[in-house]
Design a binder for this molecule. Sequence first.
Ligand SMILES: Cc1ncc(COP(=O)(O)O)c(C=O)c1O
Length: 402
Amino acid sequence: MSDSIASKVFDIEAVRADTPACANFIHFNNAGASLAPQPVVEAMIAHLALEARIGGYEAQALEDGKIENTYDSIARLIGCRRHEIAIIENATRAWDMAFYAMRFSAGDVILTSTAEYASNFIAYLQVTKKCGAEVRLVPDDGAGQLDVEALEGMMDGRVKLIALTHVPTNGGLVNPAAAVGHIARSHGIPFLLDACQSVGQLPVNVDDLGCDMLSATGRKYLRGPRGSGFLYVRESMIEQLEPPMLDLHAATWTDEGDFSIRTDARRFENWECNVAAKIGLGVAADYAQALDPAVTGPRIQCLAAHLRDCLSIVPGVTVHDRGAEMCGIVSFSLKDVAADRVKAALAARKINVSVSPAAWTLIDMTRRQIPSLVRASVHYYNTEYEITQFCASVQAITPTGA
Ligand SMILES: Cc1ncc(COP(=O)(O)O)c(C=O)c1O
């Protein structure tokens, strides 16, 4: 297998051996859900087996160390402290717990980008419609990323939150989160970062990025379980944010007329959870950390750049990615073939991709007049050989290439 992108410190054969399904098909749907490595799968299966053998509560008590380790693993991965982490069932709910904890009034402004994820934007609309606050879009610069100078120019006394999607769901763009964090800090404004597609893909350090809140999911580039995610909240912000919902894990019922809320980030969690997934999430964070995002991140970017180059010479293909910096998500369309037909034709050739419809990043897609995109997202366990196979398959399904 030719793979000249592999560096000395990255052992592609070992990583693929940990991902046995790689041998059976080409998985370019890592922005949907990655293939989990064996240690993650084994940790979850072991916990489910233990639950079946001794009981769910009993298994939880026995494996408390592994469960607690997940907080340490995530904290190491993103450069924070364990009490700043809440483990939540997905990125959307994690983001929601932070966003809906903020208090907005008439006249307040939320600044955000044009490539926001639909669930985030729906939340902006719900909240601003109710209270009379306003959501304002920071324009893109010439490269297609959030225009940092324009953001600086939009900062005024009404701005109460800057919220940004680091890597949008619909393409290779990497928004300049650290520059945004710098502006947020210099104005003392909270910064909420949706890092759902970037954690596990790029090096993510909350201090370098200057974010106060960050949400992420387990199943995408982190290679963790489905139904897992987390929220980071900077220590100085935790007690300022009252979660929109509380339960007996997030708060304590102290007497008939009162309760007190936890002082750590677990105030954003709820009591019942998928314990096997929680353990698996920690194993995934350890796995990502051991491979080192400073090594795997550039590899993913090189593979994606190679994929874009190869795709762009396939007749009928338009590659749509924008940004001064690009990541592992490659978005394209094929002339006269709808995106879902491309996906189905590739699936018939044992290649997984996904489709990103306009409604998931409505503003960006409407402005670019793109109804839907094929999203081919590579991970570090993919290879140049797979890219060659992939492009040959795309060529074969073009109306003239069959
Ligand atoms: C940028 C972005 N944010 C948030 C989400 C939502 O993540 P989850 O499905 O884990 O809630 C996604 C999912 O695709 C995403 O791409």
